[in-house]
Design a protein around this ligand. Structure first.
Ligand code: SAH
Length: 393
C-alpha cells in the first residue's frame, strides 16, 4: 500500500488544468499537483480525526484521471440555440458545457457526445427547466470497468422517445459496447436527476461489474462506488480490519447492492445487510444468488430502525460494518449499536466531519478507535473516504 504513495510522488509533476474548473466547481483541487492534494487531505483527516488515534498515510491512486465509472450530463441549449451537454454551474442551474472532463470515464464521455450529435437528426429537443418544454433532460452513463458493460440512462421530461428503436440502433452503431439503454421519466421541477419511472428499451436494464472477486448487478437507482480501483482497496482494508475468523455473525448497514456483505460472506458464518433503497436490496438479493452465497440475507428499511429492533430482540452480532451516506449516521443507529455491543465496528465514511461526530458518540459509549485509514476515492475533489476500526473497550 505504501509503495503506491511513492509512485504518487513521481506523478505529481503532471498537473491537470481543466478550463472550466472554476465554473463547474466539482474539482476543488484542479491545478494542484496530486501529491499536494494527498498531503492536503492527510492534514484535513488528521485535524478532524487525529484526536481519536493515529491516522495512517492516505492511499492515493497510481493514475488519478478518468476514474469515475458514473458520468452525468445535463442537456440544454446555449444562447445561440446550440445543444450543449455538461454540468450545472456551481450553486446555480445554469449549464456549463463540458467537452473533456479529466475525472470521468472517457468512453462514457464519448457516448454523451454521440448522443448530442444524434439529437438533431432525430429531432429531439432538450428539456427547458423553466418552461417544461422539450424532452431530453439528462444522460447518465454507468460503466463496469472490469466487465466492460455499459448502461445508458436517458432522462426525459415526458414518457415517449420518438423512434426509440432507431435511436438505440444509431447509438449502438457508434458504440457497440453499450449493453443496455434505459428510459427514465422525470417530469418534476427538481434538482434530482432520476425520476421514479424507468423502462429498459434495450438490454436487461442493469449492468454487472466485478469487485474483489464477486459479481454485482447494478440497477439505475442503486448506489455503486464511483471509483472501482480504490473501492477494492477500501473494501479489502475494511475486511482486514474486521479480522474475521469464520464464525462471526456480521451486520452490513447501509449495504447498497450488498458489496461488502457478499465479499465478507466467505469469511463469516452469517451476514445481514440492511439498506433503504428498494432497488438496491433487490440487486443485493440477486447478487447473493449469482455468487452462490447462501449465508447472506438482506432487509429493506432504515438502518437505525433495523438496529433498534435487533437490539430489542436481544439478537447478537460480532461485527457491525457501517457505510452511511455523507451525512453520517444518527443517534438511533449508534445507540442501538452500543446496545447490541458487537466486539468490533468497522466504519466506512465519505465525510470525515460527520465521521468525527459519530466517533465521538461511539468512543463515549464504550468503544475505542484502533485504526484509521484514509483512501483517496475522489482525486481532484475535496472529499475523502476513511475506514475506521473500533473495538469494544
Ligand atoms: N456500502 C455500500 C453503499 C454505501 S452508500 C457500497 O459500498 O456500495 C450508502 C448507502 O446507504 C446507499 O445505498 C443509500 O441508499 C443507503 N442509505 C441511506 N440512508 C439510509 C438509511 N437511513 N438506512 C439504510 N440505508 C440507507
Amino acid at each position: 500500500m505504501r509503495s503506491e504513495q511513492g509512485k504518487n510522488k513521481k506523478k505529481s509533476t503532471e498537473q491537470a488544468v481543466c478550463p472550466i474548473s472554476k465554473k463547474c466547481g466539482s474539482c476543488q483541487y484542479q491545478g494542484m499537483a496530486y501529491h499536494k492534494q494527498l498531503q492536503k487531505k492527510q492534514r484535513q483527516e488528521e485535524s478532524l480525526l487525529g484526536s481519536f488515534g493515529k491516522v495512517e498515510p492516505i492511499i492515493g491512486m497510481k493514475n488519478p484521471y478518468y476514474y469515475r465509472n458514473k458520468v452525468h450530463a445535463v442537456f440544454d441549449r446555449d444562447r445561440r440555440g446550440n445543444v450543449i451537454s455538461g454540468t450545472y454551474e456551481a450553486k446555480s442551474h445554469r449549464v456549463v458545457a463540458v467537452e473533456n472532463c479529466l475525472i470521468e470515464d472517457q468512453k462514457s464521455q464519448e457516448i454523451i457526445h454521440t448522443i448530442k450529435n444524434l439529437l438533431k437528426s432525430f429531432k429531439i429537443k432538450t428539456y427547458d427547466e423553466d418552461t417544461g418544454y422539450g424532452l431530453l433532460r439528462h444522460v447518465m452513463i454507468r460503466r463496469g470497468f472490469k466487465s466492460g458493460e455499459i448502461m445508458v440512462i436517458l432522462v426525459l421530461g415526458s414518457p415517449i422517445l420518438p423512434s426509440k428503436n432507431n435511436f438505440v440502433k444509431a447509438l449502438r452503431k457508434e458504440h457497440p459496447e453499450i449493453t443496455t439503454v434505459v428510459l427514465n421519466v422525470n417530469d418534476k421541477k427538481t434538482s434530482m436527476v432520476l425520476g421514479e419511472k424507468e423502462k429498459p428499451i434495450y438490454g436487461p436494464g442493469f449492468i454487472k461489474d466485478e469487485l474483489c472477486g464477486c459479481t454485482f448487478r447494478i440497477s439505475p437507482k442503486s448506489f455503486y462506488q464511483v471509483n472501482p480501483v480504490q473501492t477494492e482497496i477500501l473494501y479489502n482494508t475494511a475486511i482486514e480490519y474486521a479480522g474475521l475468523k469464520g464464525k462471526e455473525t456480521i451486520i452490513d448497514a447501509y449495504c447498497g447492492i450488498g458489496t461488502i456483505s457478499l465479499i465478507a460472506a466467505k469469511h463469516v458464518k452469517k451476514v445481514i445487510g440492511v439498506e433503504l433503497n428498494k432497488d438496491a436490496v433487490k440487486d443485493a438479493k440477486i447478487n447473493a444468488k449469482e455468487n452462490h452465497i447462501t449465508n447472506a440475507e438482506f432487509r429493506q428499511g432504515d438502518a437505525g430502525e433495523f438496529m433498534v429492533k435487533m437490539a430489542e430482540n436481544d439478537q447478537k452480532a460480532d461485527v457491525v460494518f457501517m457505510d452511511p451516506p455523507r451525512a453520517g449516521s444518527d443517534v438511533k443507529f449508534l445507540s442501538s449499536v452500543v446496545k447490541l455491543n458487537p466486539k468490533k465496528v468497522v466504519y466506512i465514511s465519505c465525510g470525515p466531519d460527520t465521521l468525527a461526530r459519530d466517533l465521538k458518540y461511539l468512543t463515549k459509549h464504550g468503544y475505542q478507535v484502533k485504526r484509521i485509514q484514509p483512501v483517496d476515492m475522489f482525486p481532484f475533489c475535496n472529499h475523502c473516504e476513511t475506514v475506521v476500526l473500533l473495538e469494544r473497550k
